[in-house]
Design a binder for this molecule. Structure first.
Ligand SMILES: Cc1ncc(COP(=O)(O)O)c(C=O)c1O
Length: 388
């Protein structure tokens, strides 16, 4: 019998990191010591207070059972308190906070909850690939908003043709941004909210990197804007904030109706987050400052190593005060993938080709800071040999 997969799966572009992983595997099989600056996944352990809370929670058999669909009320309350403390935003823990199994899960399901076949979804290009693929899976149509250097990589939603705006239900935004590392200020978010309210479009702001910021820069929440709760939701992730990528925990905050729709959808798909992980997340959020301060120092140091090197070899990059990424302009006559391939072949260093995040990512590669300092230094030595 011929097994035929569904068209919606067949039409999906391969997930970027799955491809990179395969390439690395191939190289490793050949005995090559590959250093990956491709994936944003912290190498430092999760905070000990998180591990301790998990161990404690595991002892209670009640926690081994199905979790509540909408998360522990204690987790929702802690998330609401964190939003208040961090951004000064008041949220109702039962109505305006919804735990998700990592923000990827929430982002991937949001279009299913909001979009009917043929509806448009405004998506940043380049962008975290899930915005567009989740739109395609829910039979919506992604409309790509190019992020350009000259616009500080801010999506120009006002340039979206009015015919598309009329058919749009949802817009994804993400600042501090992956992959460009660009940031947005409250004035920008104010315009977003005004425009979205005028045009009846739900804004889903992905704030996964809100805590990875440097020097004096503090990333805002879109929910700080007056009236934002009428049209916006914001995804938060414990992954990068607390070095908890493997735990799969985050939350979405904001408009009650959107959260209700997403929550209703999710009750039919998943059964919530394992309670001990929620207790671990609670401990992490309550004590986030120490971890965040430590990680900022680590990333800042690594960032300096890389940017000093880029300056030295004359490669241009976006100067940003946030994220674990550096967005680098590829040398003339290279494409993002030819340059990434060259670095892998000649230096055994993996960087992400910008075009993998969308057509407007062509001409760039993304370097991630989530490797140990010693490996980063080694990568720089190798890259310097190739690029001198
Ligand atoms: C912009 C952005 N949003 C969301 C995620 C997913 O994070 P989580 O681990 O919470 O699913 C990532 C992960 O790299 C990301 O870069």
């Amino acid at each position: 019998m011929e097994i035929r997969e569904a068209r919606r799966v067949k039409n999906l572009p391969p997930y970027l990191f799955a491809q990179i992983d395969r390439l690395i595997e191939e190289k490793k099989k050949q005995g090559v010591d590959v250093i990956s600056l491709g994936i944003g996944d912290p190498v430092e352990p999760s905070p000990s207070i998180v591990l301790k809370a998990l161990k404690e929670a595991l002892k209670n058999p009640e926690n081994h059972r199905y979790p509540s669909y909408f998360g522990l009320s204690e987790f929702r309350e802690t998330a609401a308190k964190w939003m208040k403390k961090r951004f000064g935003v008041d949220l109702h823990p039962d109505k305006e906070i919804l735990p998700v199994i990592g923000s990827k899960e929430g982002i991937a399901h949001l279009p299913w909850a909001m979009v009917d076949p043929g509806d448009y979804v405004l998506v940043p290009d380049p962008g975290y690939p899930v915005y567009a693929t989740a739109t395609i899976l829910s039979e919506g149509i992604p409309y790509l908003m190019p992020l350009k250097w000259e616009n500080h990589f801010l999506a120009d939603f006002e340039a979206v043709p009015s015919g598309v705006v009329k058919k749009s239900k949802l817009m994804f935004l993400n600042y501090p941004n992956n992959p460009t590392s660009a940031t947005a200020d409250l004035d920008y978010f104010k315009n977003v909210i005004e425009w979205a309210r005028k045009n009846g479009i739900v804004v889903a702001h992905d704030n996964a990197y809100s805590e990875i910021t440097f020097n004096d820069y503090i990333a805002p929440s879109i929910l700080q804007i007056e009236g934002a709760l009428e049209v916006a939701v914001e995804f938060h992730s414990l992954s990068k904030t607390l070095n908890m990528t493997g735990w799969r925990i985050g939350f979405v905050a904001g408009n009650e109706k959107v959260l209700n729709a997403l929550g209703r959808l999710k009750t039919n798909i998943d059964s919530g987050i394992f309670n001990p992980i929620q207790y671990a997340g609670i401990a992490g959020l309550r004590n986030y400052e120490e971890t965040v301060a430590r990680m900022r120092r680590i990333y800042e140091n690594r960032k300096k190593l890389i940017t000093d090197f880029l300056d030295k070899v004359g490669l241009k990059y976006w100067k940003s005060g946030a994220t674990i990424y550096i967005w680098v302009v590829v040398p003339e006559k290279e494409t993002s993938s030819s340059f990434a391939r060259k670095l892998l072949e000649e230096a055994a260093v993996v960087v992400s080709p910008g075009a993998a995040y969308g057509n407007s990512g062509e001409g760039y590669v993304r370097i991630s800071l989530t490797v140990k300092d010693e490996r980063l230094k080694e990568a720089i030595v190798r890259l310097e040999r190739v690029l001198q």
